[in-house]
Design a protein around this ligand. Structure first.
Ligand code: DX5
Ligand code: ZN
Length: 230
C-alpha cells in the first residue's frame, strides 16, 4: 500500500479564526500542515511570517510543512527552525547556492525540500536529488490560492519519478496548487506522494471530510494494485 500524505494549506484558512481551523487539522486525517511564506518580491503577494508560524506551531499537532516563496531563503533558516518547522522547502529559482542551503537546513535540524515553478524543468534537479528529502512541484504559478491546475504537472510528476528512480533518490514528491477531487487521483496515479490542498479543503462544506477523502486515495491505490499482484 502506498501511504499518500495530505498537507492542507493554511493560506485558505479563515484568518479571523485560525485556532479553530488548526484544531480541525488536529482532529483530521491530515499528515502535515502546509504554510506558505511570501515576500512580495519572489511572488507578487505577501502572506504571513514567523510570528504566525510560531503561534500555529504551539497549537498544531501535525508537522509543519513550510514553503518559502521568498528571495534568498538562506537568510531565514534559523528562524524557520525556531518557529517550529518540520520541513523547510525553498524555491529552486531563488537559491544561488542550493546545495549549501540544503546542507544548512539539515544542520538546523529540519527536513529539506526544493520547489520547482511550473516552468522549471525537473532535469535541473539531477545533481541535488539525492540530497533533498522532498521535491515540491508547483502546479500553479506561486503566490495565490484557488488557481487552476496546470495540466503539464502530471507529466512532470512522471518524469520526476523516473529521474528519482534512476538516481536512487528516496525523496518524496509533493504537488501544490489546484489539487482537488479531479486532479488528486491523477497525481497519485502519476507518482505523487504528498498532496497540498488549500481552497478545496478549507472552502468545502466539511473540510475534515474533504481531507479524509483525499487521504483515502492511499487505500484506493492499494485496491487498484491488488488485482495485478494476484
Ligand atoms: C500557492 C501556494 C499554495 C496554495 C494552494 O502559491 O503555494 O500552497 O495555498 O492553494 P490551492 O490548493 O487553493 O491551489
Ligand atoms: Zn505552497
Amino acid at each position: 500500500m502506498k501511504n499518500i500524505l495530505i498537507s492542507p494549506s493554511l493560506l485558505s484558512a479563515d484568518f479571523t479564526n485560525l485556532k479553530s481551523d488548526v484544531e480541525m487539522i488536529n482532529r483530521s486525517e491530515a499528515d502535515w500542515l502546509h504554510m506558505d511564506v511570501m515576500d512580495g518580491v519572489f511572488v507578487p503577494n505577501i502572506s504571513f511570517g514567523f510570528p504566525v508560524i510560531s503561534a500555529v506551531s504551539k497549537i498544531c499537532k501535525k508537522p509543519l510543512d513550510v514553503h518559502l516563496m521568498i528571495v534568498q531563503p538562506e537568510r531565514y533558516i534559523e528562524q524557520t527552525a525556531k518557529a517550529g518547522a518540520y520541513i523547510m522547502s525553498v524555491q529552486y529559482e531563488a537559491c544561488t547556492h542550493l546545495h549549501r542551503t540544503i546542507q544548512q537546513i539539515h544542520a538546523a535540524g529540519m527536513k529539506a525540500g526544493v520547489v520547482l515553478n511550473p516552468s522549471t524543468p525537473v532535469h535541473l534537479l539531477e545533481d541535488i536529488i539525492c540530497d533533498v528529502d522532498l521535491v515540491l512541484l508547483m502546479s500553479v504559478n506561486p503566490g495565490f490560492g484557488g488557481q487552476t491546475f496546470i495540466e503539464n504537472t502530471i507529466n512532470k510528476v512522471k518524469r520526476l519519478r523516473k529521474l528519482m528512480d534512476e538516481c536512487g533518490s528516496k525523496a518524496l514528491i509533493e504537488v501544490d496548487g489546484g489539487v482537488q477531487g479531479e486532479t488528486a487521483p491523477r497525481l497519485v496515479q502519476a507518482g505523487a506522494d504528498v498532496l497540498v490542498s488549500g481552497s478545496y479543503v478549507f472552502k468545502s462544506e466539511d473540510p475534515e471530510n474533504t481531507i479524509k477523502q483525499l487521504k483515502s486515495l492511499s487505500t484506493s491505490q492499494e485496491s487498484e494494485e491488488r488485482p495485478s499482484r494476484t
